[in-house]
Design a protein around this ligand. Structure first.
Ligand code: FAD
Length: 390
């Protein structure tokens, strides 16, 4: 006889796991999480872990703020490290247009309860000497942003769901087919058939589109290559804090990593990657092309040895905003638009609300619902990597 659940979640990444956790907090019924490999296998454990409430839209700001609080709260609840390091975050403006756009966002963030300020180059030099501030018109600084160590994020939220009696985490469990059955769904997996009232598609960059297609639903979640390198040391450690920094126009960011630094970048010329692979080849030609750029922006990185380099599939949506929706009765879709570490806990919170109560409060519908991709788009997250256009 098929096992029966209130909800089957496809994908045990940051999004699926946090949704299950929030549902358990609400006293929701039995939930199965089906993961074709193991919890955290996908983009989640390959990410850079940059966490910011310094977003470019109301949704981005709120999800960022809730998420960084939730990471810390979960660590305390489990009696473990949260994996979160508060460092502060500078997003650097190189042009007049960027300066204007960044300054325009200051009030929105304050209204959403996020402290942020404009910092001019003279003040920037005084506070954070690793950046060549002469190249910039200034930056917006958020003191409470920082980064997480992705393996600890995966460990904590996996441990949290394993503690819940109402949740079954089914690993090595590939979902191959979903069919409507009565008032719910029948989910065919490599571990048998599951009967369920509802299904959540949290398949991430390498699953969201295919899982939705099982019910003939189109979900615009694509995947592109994103690249990371780490340096075991930097030329000169900054005198005070070592905050995160992001040169938006170049699509390059830097954060501390133990005694050294981590640098992430996306090539704006990249196209969507249809290979269905998470692990992709590191583009050393692009690396060499961009090296003079990052060495000029962050001079203490110049000539430093590299300890690790990797490239992996990152998810994106056409407007860089998330998807929290129910495109078919009882079939839900959750996607992070490439921000699943900084938004994952908050996205899980809001998806749990939609599943349990049928509504999402506190976020503008036009920034989260699938319908926005059918009409003229009003919003876009202004602070995002240079993902492919569509
Ligand atoms: C190199 C890199 C750096 C990044 N850096 C950051 C960052 O600094 N900050 C940030 O916020 N975000 C970052 N991201 C993005 C972030 O990692 C993702 O947005 C987030 O992990 C998405 O979480 P998810 O749960 O949607 O997807 P995933 O973590 O990919 O989880 C989805 C899971 O679904 C499973 N699955 C898919 N299909 C099926 C199926 N049919 N049956 C069963 N299981 C299935 C997969 O195996 C996978 O484990 C980065 C991503 C990459 C690749």
């Amino acid at each position: 006889m098929a096992a029966t659940y209130e909800l089957v979640i496809v994908g045990a990444g940051n999004l699926g796991l946090w949704t299950a956790y929030h549902l358990a907090r609400r006293g929701f019924g039995r939930v199965a999480i089906c993961e074709r490999h193991w919890a955290g296998f996908g983009a989640t454990s390959r990410s850079a872990g940059m966490i910011r409430a310094q977003g470019g839209s109301e949704t981005a700001v709120k999800l960022g703020r809730w998420s960084l609080e939730l990471y810390q709260r979960l660590g305390a609840e489990l009696g473990l490290g949260s994996g979160f390091f508060e460092t502060g975050y500078y997003i650097l403006a190189a042009t007049e247009a960027e300066e204007r756009a960044f300054r325009d966002l200051l009030d929105l963030r304050r209204r959403c309860g996020v402290e942020n300020e404009w910092v001019d180059p003279a003040e920037g030099k005084r506070r954070f000497s690793m950046v060549d501030w002469d190249r910039f018109r200034g930056a917006v600084y958020t003191p409470h942003d920082g980064y997480v160590h992705p393996p600890i994020v995966a460990r904590n939220i996996t441990y949290a769901v394993l503690r819940e009696e109402s949740i079954d985490l089914l690993e090595d469990c590939l979902v191959g087919q979903i069919e409507p059955a009565g008032s719910g769904y029948r989910v065919h997996t490599t571990r048998g058939v599951l009967e369920t009232g509802r299904v959540l598609n949290a398949g991430g960059p390498r699953g969201a589109r295919a899982v939705a297609a099982m019910l003939d639903i189109e979900v615009p979640v694509s995947a592109a290559r994103h690249q990371i390198i780490t340096f075991p040391q930097v030329g000169q450690q900054p005198a005070g804090r070592f905050p995160l920094s992001f040169a938006l126009a170049e699509g390059i960011y830097v954060r501390p990593e133990e005694q050294g630094a981590l640098l992430g970048m996306s090539n704006p010329e990249e196209r969507a990657d249809p290979s269905e692979r998470y692990q992709l080849s590191y583009d050393w030609a692009y690396h060499e092309r961009m090296r003079p750029v990052w060495e000029a922006i962050w001079p203490p990185l110049a000539g430093q040895p590299i300890s690790r380099a990797w490239a992996a599939s990152i998810d994106y949506t056409p407007d860089h905003l998330p998807i929290i929706d129910e495109p078919r009765e009882g079939f839900f879709v959750l996607a992070a638009g490439g921000h699943g570490m900084m938004w994952g806990p908050g996205l899980g919170l809001k998806m749990a609300e939609l599943i349990d109560e049928g509504t999402v409060t506190d976020l503008p519908a036009e920034e989260i619902r699938l319908a926005r991709f059918r009409g003229e788009r009003k919003s876009r997250d202004a602070i995002a990597l240079p993902f492919p256009e569509e």
